[in-house]
Design a protein around this ligand. Structure first.
Ligand code: FPP
Length: 241
């Protein structure tokens, strides 16, 4: 049923995406899993443009989780190769589109050249004011919170802070996502309805949109559908309007 105009919400400022289904997309075509990841990376490039076209300001995607290291060496190596290429080629495209790129996640386990590519890309795009695009790489939500806790504990140990003074805002400010607003909308593709440790602190009040579409098949029309779903929602933030 169509919503009345006054019931409709503005489009989401920050959209987070769990890009799932690359493996199944490849399997359906009798291709190796990494072909699916390659197709997924191409989809991601298009979705960055589409997101900005549709008025989204922040886009954050789950590219590699702290759990993904458990996949076969072949698959992990394949994903890292795709990432390496992506990070290197992204500078030119990002600057052309005025897109700023950030990477969140635990960096010490990444290869040196990937680290250098991340630092280059972040630095080269830091003044861009278009889409604020964030890639979660070796990211785990619990790991993010744990690292934030460690930083706060250090401050307590150094006598800069007492435990009673710690607020939710301080925890938020110590997360990898400190510079980003909380996601308004979380999309997960490929029919799975799980959070899989993706920004659990930050998505406390997000709307969730699940679609059966596999990530490589996700396109602008699908993104529009997710936004339409979101704008029709009545969000209460725990209170009563
Ligand atoms: C989930 O599909 C996808 C991943 C674990 C990797 C996502 C990576 C990309 C889209 C490409 C690289 C990213 C960037 C930023 C260039 P799955 O393998 O779990 O699929 P399945 O559930 O069908 O097996």
């Amino acid at each position: 049923m169509a919503k009345k105009k006054e019931e409709l919400k503005d489009i989401p400022v920050h959209v987070a995406v769990i890009m799932d289904g690359n493996g199944r997309w490849a399997k359906k075509r009798h291709l190796p899993r990494n072909f699916g990841h390659r197709a997924g990376a191409k989809t991601l490039e298009d979705i960055c443009d589409d997101a900005w076209d549709l008025g989204i300001k922040y886009l954050t995607v789950y590219a590699f989780s702290t759990e993904n290291w458990k996949r076969s060496v072949e698959e992990v190596t394949g994903i890292m190769t795709i990432l390496r290429n992506y990070l290197t080629n992204a500078i030119e495209r990002a600057n052309k589109n005025n897109m700023r790129v950030r990477v969140i996640g635990e960096r010490s386990r990444l290869d040196k050249d990937i680290l250098a590519a991340i630092e280059n890309l972040e630095k080269a795009t830091e003044n861009n004011t278009g889409l604020q695009f964030t890639i979660a790489l070796n990211y785990g939500g619990r790991d993010d919170v744990t690292r934030a806790m460690r930083k706060l504990a250090e401050e307590v140990k150094e006598g800069k802070l007492s435990p009673e003074e710690i607020t939710e805002e301080m925890v938020t400010a110590h997360l990898d996502t400190a510079e980003l607003p909380d996601p308004d909308l979380l999309i997960r593709t490929s029919g799975e309805m799980r959070i899989s440790n993706f920004m659990p602190w930050q998505i406390s009040y997000s709307e969730f949109y699940f679609t059966d579409t596999l990530w490589p098949d996700f396109d602008k029309a699908e993104l529009q559908k997710a936004i339409d779903y979101y704008t029709g929602r009545d969000r209460r933030f725990g209170g009563v309007k």
